[in-house]
Design a protein around this ligand. Structure first.
Ligand code: SF4
Ligand code: SF4
Length: 349
């Protein structure tokens, strides 16, 4: 059920208003591609974008960040936490990235609450924009059940119709009280009619027909398939092409591994504890003291990544570790392709 009907120019105006209170992050065209970037004016955004090269993960979990500062004095050790709570709004987040954020929310709040992630997340408002068709070739979001999102947004906009000149009518759903208030308080849009509900049903039917599965089995069975494929020769055969560059990790909206290290100032008495993204495809990812490397071979690292996305995260968090955005596949100069791996493993089995 829709909550509101909003025209694109109304939405843009509202975002413009919002930029007075929050940092706006959204899709910005750069040559022939789009990137989620912080913008100074809403006019820099293009809400009709196909996909962004990276998801908005870096604005919740930055590639490098300071966790706390410390100072040592004779007989004392002082620390002060560094937490970032700048109000921000993600505009135009597609369903795959909403599902990726949902996973990060779970990961960073279970067992040990990650205050750095959660503080930023609490300060973030999310305006989603649905995809009426596949944003680009090679995506397998429909297989991963990530081509739509039921939660993880404050407001979700469904581009139900357009006039071909950039004007779009959005069917809007509220995901949170804050999202509801944002639109209603500002008296934006109108209440949906029976006609609008009918048009929304048609939109959803058209959308369902526009997404095609790439994996010929239910991905719920992927953990079992991977269980049987641990010793497959495919890992070695595929990883022969792998450069261990980590581009697949870097571009993935669901990767959340990091390294922690200290940076000291010249006095050696004060410094910062920091963290930075790590990547399981990098040769040093599983290197431990004594120079022992648990996964010294590219094949064992590739298998680890695919197991993590297709099995371990799903078993642990109850949702897929992969949202099928195919960013890893596009980023890979060796043309290593996750769908090909999943399908070849199924053929072998
Ligand atoms: S593993 Fe690849 S397809 Fe899956 S979420 Fe990460 S980048 Fe997207
Ligand atoms: S992007 Fe491709 S080549 Fe680079 S580490 Fe990942 S799988 Fe290997």
């Amino acid at each position: 059920m829709l909550d509101r009907i909003v025209e694109k120019n109304e939405l843009v105006e509202l975002i413009d208003e919002l930029s007075r209170e929050r940092t706006i992050i959204g899709p910005v065209p750069r040559e022939d591609r789009y990137f989620y970037e912080e913008v100074r004016s809403v006019r820099e955004l293009d809400l009709d974008f196909d996909y962004c090269v990276y998801g908005p993960r870096a604005f919740l979990f930055p590639p490098t960040e300071t966790l706390f500062q410390f100072q040592t004095q004779p007989g004392a050790f002082k620390t002060s936490a560094v937490l970032e709570d700048r109000p921000q709004a993600f505009i135009g987040v597609h369903p795959c990235d909403l599902n990726a954020i949902r996973l990060l929310d779970r990961v960073f709040s279970r067992d040990h609450r990650d205050e750095h992630y959660l503080t930023r997340r609490a300060a973030t408002m999310i305006v989603g924009i649905d995809c009426p068709s596949e944003c680009t070739e090679g995506v397998f979001c429909t297989d991963m059940k990530s081509n739509s999102a039921e939660e993880g947004f404050d407001v979700m906009c469904y581009p139900m119709s357009g006039d071909g000149n950039g004007q779009v009518t959005y069917g809007v759903m509220f995901g949170t009280k804050a999202g509801r208030e944002w639109l209603l308080y500002n008296q934006v849009g109108r209440a949906p009619t029976v006609e609008d509900e009918r048009a929304f049903k048609q939109y959803q039917q058209k959308k369902a027909a526009a997404f095609s599965p790439k994996i010929p089995y239910d991905v719920e069975t992927l953990p079992e398939l991977l269980d049987r494929s641990y010793d497959s020769l495919l890992w070695e055969a595929t990883a022969r092409r792998c450069y261990s560059c980590g581009s697949c990790n870097l571009s993935c909206p669901t990767c959340y591994c990091f390294n922690v290290f200290d940076e000291l100032d010249l006095t050696l008495a004060a410094g910062e504890r920091k963290r930075e993204w790590d990547g399981c495809q990098l040769s040093t990812f599983a290197l431990v003291a004594g120079e022992h490397n648990f996964r010294s071979k590219p094949a064992s690292r590739l298998r680890h990544r695919i197991y993590r996305k297709g099995k371990w995260v799903r078993e642990r968090e109850g949702i897929s570790g992969c949202v099928g955005c195919a960013r890893c596949d596009r980023a890979c100069t060796a043309k290593i392709n996750s769908v090909e791996i999943y399908n070849q493993l199924a053929e072998e089995a």
